[in-house]
Write a protein that binds this ligand. Structure first.
Ligand SMILES: [Zn+2]
Length: 304
C-alpha cells in the first residue's frame, strides 16, 4: 500500500486554506473548527446561563447570515424569554417562549461569547443579543455562519437541520444502532462519517484519529468491513469524542465564557502530524486528499 497522494480536483478552493490554518500552531491562527465536543459544551453553557432571560434587542450587523431582515428579527424576538437551548449535530438551537427558535451554526468557527454587562462585550461581532438584565452574548464568525429565526411549526421541516442524524453523545447511539446504520452502505468510511445525515457532529478535525484508532483507511469501503472492524470503528468514535469532552473540548476554541478547552494539538495521534512517526509502528505519517478534505494517516496501520 503506497503513499497515496490522490489528486483532488480544485473544485473547492476553500479547503487548502482551512487545512493550512489548522496546521499552524499559533493559537490565533489555528483553525477554529467546532465539532460535537465544542458544540455540546457551548450549548450546555448557553442553556444554563440564558434560560429565563428576556431578549431586549438583537443587533444583526451581518444580515446575510440570517433568513430574516434585521428589523424583522428584532420585532419577532423582542420581549421573548429563553426557554431552552440544545444542539442538533453542529447547530445550536435556542427556543423562545413566544414560538420562535434561534438556530445558530458556527460554520467554520465562531466566538460565541457571553457578557455580564453591555460595556464588557467583545469589540468585534456580527451579532449581539442583549437581554433585559443587561447581559447578553455576541457572535463573531471567522468565516461564515448562520443565525436563523424559525417558528415552532417550521422547525421540524427546516432544511438546514431536518436531516441531521443523531450524534454519538446521544443515548440512542449504541453499537447496535451504528451497526444497523452501516448495513448495506457502500460508501467510503470517511465520506460516510462526515455526512451529517449519517452521523451528526463529526467533522474533519477528530476524523483522523478516529480512523487511525479504528485502523481504517479513509477510503475503505463500508461494505468490506467485518463485524469486528465495525465494533472497533464505533469504539474509536466514542473514545475520541469522549476524550475531547473530558479535556474540555478543543484548546483553540473559546467557550461561552471565553475559556479555552484542554484538548491541545498534543492529544492528536496522527491528525496534523505529517512527517512525524506513527505512535504505534513508527512509520511516517502522511497527509493525503480524499474527496476534497485533508486526511492524516499512517500508511502502515491504515490500509485500504
Ligand atoms: Zn502506524
Amino acid at each position: 500500500m503506497g503513499k497515496k497522494t490522490s489528486r483532488t480536483p480544485a473544485k473547492n478552493k476553500q479547503i487548502p486554506a482551512i487545512s493550512i490554518r489548522i496546521r499552524i500552531k499559533d493559537e490565533k491562527e489555528t483553525g477554529k473548527v467546532a465539532e460535537l465536543p465544542e458544540i455540546v459544551k457551548i450549548a450546555g453553557q448557553m442553556r444554563d446561563t440564558l434560560r429565563g432571560k428576556s431578549i431586549h434587542t438583537v443587533a444583526l450587523l451581518q444580515e446575510k447570515c440570517s433568513n430574516v431582515a434585521a428589523d424583522e428579527f428584532q420585532k419577532r424576538v423582542a420581549g421573548a424569554r429563553v426557554d431552552d437551548t440544545w444542539h442538533k449535530g453542529k447547530w445550536i438551537i435556542t427556543k423562545l417562549d413566544n414560538g420562535e427558535n434561534i438556530l445558530l451554526s458556527l460554520g467554520m468557527g465562531a466566538d460565541v461569547l457571553y457578557f455580564e454587562r453591555e460595556k464588557s462585550e467583545p469589540e468585534k461581532y456580527q451579532i449581539k443579543v442583549l437581554f433585559s438584565d443587561g447581559s447578553g452574548y455576541t457572535v463573531r464568525f471567522c468565516w461564515f455562519g448562520k443565525f436563523l429565526l424559525i417558528p415552532d411549526d417550521k422547525l421540524a421541516s427546516e432544511p438546514n437541520t431536518k436531516d441531521i442524524a443523531i450524534d454519538p453523545f446521544s443515548e440512542e447511539f449504541t453499537l447496535e444502532y451504528f451497526t444497523s446504520l452501516l448495513k448495506g452502505k457502500r460508501s467510503q468510511v470517511k465520506a460516510f462519517l462526515i455526512n451529517q445525515k449519517n452521523v451528526g457532529g463529526i467533522g474533519n478535525m477528530y476524523m483522523h484519529d478516529i480512523l487511525f484508532k479504528a485502523r481504517l483507511h479513509p477510503q475503505r469501503k463500508i461494505s468490506d468491513m467485518s463485524g469486528d472492524e465495525i465494533k472497533l470503528f464505533y469504539t474509536s468514535i466514542m473514545e475520541q469524542l469522549n476524550l475531547s469532552r473530558e479535556k474540555g473540548a478543543f484548546a483553540y476554541e473559546k467557550d461561552f465564557f471565553g475559556q479555552k478547552g484542554g484538548f491541545t494539538m498534543d492529544y492528536f495521534l496522527v491528525g496534523y502530524k505529517e512527517n512525524q512517526p506513527c505512535p504505534d509502528c513508527g512509520e511516517t505519517i502522511v497527509s493525503m486528499k480524499t474527496s476534497g478534505t485533508s486526511s492524516f494517516i499512517c500508511p502502515a496501520c491504515q490500509k485500504i
